[in-house]
Design a protein around this ligand. Structure first.
Ligand code: FE2
Ligand code: FE2
Length: 285
């Protein structure tokens, strides 16, 4: 059974996946390298999601469209549930002996250095485009997660669906915000910020992958390096998944992905979630 709803609906789902209780260093089909690639990015999500929620809040008074106000509220609710579940994910990494604080440190410093509200909003738009790219990658390749441990598989598919549902919200807020910046300057800032943010976060995530695969430090054995390179550039080809959303972001009038413009992806995400729901009954947040 597929979850009902229009592709433009942003539906916060208060679900629990139990990754904390099911920690597994090779959760993705028994493959520690592929698992570490997801884990290295996942570590950064709770601090990123708190940053998004706080960055949009100051612009609530700028928004007059009731539909966008509702979308902002649904966005914040989805990101809050993601934060909670990814805190559990990070606890799972801690229980496997990983230094989560060290893995978060550089991204926390970078995000903490952005003080200007307008820049925080632009950075949020950029990171949302990155999470949209990963979400799209996951939903376009449902077989990728078929062999994953159930708690991780359900969490990633749920998160991917909700990232696609709310992918355009931050950009809509950016458009509605009264920033007093000429359109051309806002465009340049938005595009430069995407490349800086994507480069920095991809670098931090890959450093985390190395820390996960080589907890004692030192260089990764070259067989592992080749395996990583193949996963990034060959199959499943994570870096290729970034290309289309990053190029789309260059369009001056780009309004964000997801929703009705990606109705097929939304429907696929809802179908996957309905077919493979979390086992535990949701409890109050
Ligand atoms: Fe999220
Ligand atoms: Fe998001």
């Amino acid at each position: 059974m597929t979850e009902a709803g229009h592709p433009d609906d942003i539906l916060p789902r208060n679900l629990r996946f139990g990754v904390r209780e099911n920690a597994d260093r090779a959760w993705l089909g028994g493959d520690p390298v592929l698992s570490a690639l997801f884990d290295g990015f996942a570590v950064l999500l709770p601090l990123g999601e708190r940053f998004f929620i706080r960055s949009l809040r100051p612009f609530e008074p700028h928004v007059t469209d009731p539909a966008l106000i509702e979308a902002m509220q649904a966005f914040a609710a989805q990101e809050a549930f993601h934060t909670r579940e990814h805190e559990g994910y990070n606890d799972a990494l801690r229980s496997l002996g990983h230094d989560v604080a060290a893995m978060e440190a550089k991204a926390a410093k970078l995000l903490g250095s952005v003080k200007d509200p307008a820049m925080r909003l632009v950075v949020t738009c950029a990171i949302e485009q990155l999470t949209f790219a990963l979400a799209r990658f996951i939903l376009q390749r449902p077989a990728l997660m078929d062999g994953a441990a159930p708690a991780y598989r359900r969490l990633w598919r749920w998160h991917a669906l909700e990232e696609v549902e709310h992918a355009s919200v931050a950009l809509q807020v950016l458009r509605a915000a009264r920033l007093g910046i000429p359109a051309w300057r806002l465009y340049v800032t938005r595009v430069v910020c995407l490349w800086v943010t994507v480069s920095a976060l991809t670098t931090f995530a890959l450093q985390n992958v190395a820390m996960i695969l080589q907890p004692g430090g030192g260089r990764l054995p070259w067989r592992r390096r080749l395996r990583l390179l193949w996963a990034l550039l060959g199959s499943p080809g994570f870096m290729r998944g970034l290309v289309v959303p990053c190029l789309a972001y260059l369009r001056p009038g780009y309004g964000g992905g997801g929703g009705a413009g990606d109705a097929g992806l939304v429907a696929e995400g809802r179908r996957l979630l309905a077919a493979d729901p979390p086992m535990a009954e949701p409890r109050p947040a």
